[in-house]
Design a protein around this ligand. Structure first.
Ligand code: PLP
Ligand code: COI
Length: 343
């Protein structure tokens, strides 16, 4: 018994039974260790602490309507972690090792999977860091891979609660030819200043423009951007955004239900033409945007506010949400082969 009130869960840390870890030394992974203590011992000189030699993933385990536990597309997270690790020049676990550790952490923390109907899930946070002591700026020779988990509810407010967001005209999270397309910790550090300013101004998230020209939409600080116009699902194509597994899945679902899918550069001018706008990602699922403010931070001149809907989730976004969460919670059959069951 965990004593958790599932209905009160937010996206925050909860201590669970265990975490898993393995080190890669000379290309060889040590046997996976299960620990009840989250505190790890690490050299103060580890490259992960000094030069942000760190990348991570996020995926969820769901308790289905039939009582079974499902993971959503874990192989895609494994592949993306390998891509991020390659960018950092460090060793990453194989897809097989990654998925096995996802299943094991779920089994060891089975009591922390929120019950079906709570709209909550067990969030898995695979994390890879440069581990060996070093001083020079270079890729770490040893990496530490950790599989962490925590039960979570909605990222902001409640499920499907619309939020207000602001365009970060004066700030970027990524450089034009930088690491925006990789899930490295440094991208999140780079987003914090603008996110804090946005929070002070009362906005829940920041929308970044493409850093090279500032004319097209990139993504939010912790999620991708999508919009609906007519029968089209529209989402940005850009080299400086994270390839979201949720977005990729929504594109497939949208095409499956007969919508047109457009992945292309999205000019800022189009914001006034959209009927629905939302964030999408593992943590945010689909979070509808109600008001989108376009203004230079801290200077209120030339402010434009775009309003979408009446504060509720738009009809087409809701249809996509119901289909994707329906697959995740086993309410509808998965026609795409995305589900990985944990026995
Ligand atoms: N973009 C950013 C910056 C993110 O942090 C995330 C979260 O993982 C996403 C997009 C969504 O990606 P995914 O759907 O794979 O979780
Ligand atoms: C996710 O959606 O899994 C993320 O990693 C976003 C954020 C919590 C960093």
């Amino acid at each position: 018994m965990t004593g958790i009130d599932w209905s009160k869960l937010t996206f925050s840390y909860t201590k669970t039974n265990t975490m898993l870890c393995s080190r890669c030394i000379g290309g060889q992974w040590t046997p996976v260790e299960s620990r009840t203590d989250d505190n790890i011992s690490i050299s103060a000189f580890a490259g992960g602490l000094h030069y942000a030699i760190e990348c991570f993933e996020g995926l969820k385990a769901f308790r289905g309507k039939d009582g079974k536990v499902r993971l959503f597309r874990p192989e895609e997270n494994a592949k993306r972690l390998q891509r991020s690790a390659k960018y950092l020049g460090i060793d990453a676990p194989s897809t097989e090792m990654f998925v096995e550790m996802c299943k094991r952490i779920v089994r060891e923390n089975i009591d922390f999977i929120p019950p079906y109907g709570s709209h909550a899930s067990l969030y898995l946070r695979p994390t890879l860091i440069g581990f060996n002591p070093q001083l020079g700026v270079q890729s770490s020779k040893e990496s530490l891979f950790m599989m962490l988990c925590s039960p979570v509810g909605a990222y902001t407010g409640g499920a499907l609660e619309a939020i207000d967001v602001v365009i970060a005209r004066n700030y970027d999270r990524a450089a034009p030819n930088g690491c925006g397309a990789y899930k490295v910790g440094g991208n999140y550090a780079a987003s914090l200043y603008s996110l804090n300013v946005a929070h002070e101004l009362g906005y829940k998230a920041v929308l970044y423009l493409d850093p090279a020209t500032k004319t097209t939409i990139d993504e939010f600080n912790s999620s991708n951007f999508f919009a609906i116009r007519g029968n089209s699902y529209i989402t940005p194509k850009s080299d400086s955004i994270l390839p979201s597994i949720t977005n990729m899945s929504l594109e497939t679902v949208a095409a499956y239900v007969g919508m047109d899918v457009e992945r292309r550069p999205v000019p800022v001018e189009e914001l006034s033409t959209f009927e629905e706008v939302g964030e999408c990602g593992t943590a945010v699922v689909i979070t509808p945007v109600h008001r989108l403010a376009d203004k230079p931070f801290l200077e209120s001149e030339e402010e434009t506010i775009y309003t979408y809907g009446d504060g509720l989730c738009g009809e087409k976004s809701l249809r996509l949400y119901n289909m994707i969460t329906g697959i995740q919670y086993g309410e509808i059959e998965d026609p795409f082969g995305w589900t990985v069951f944990v026995d």
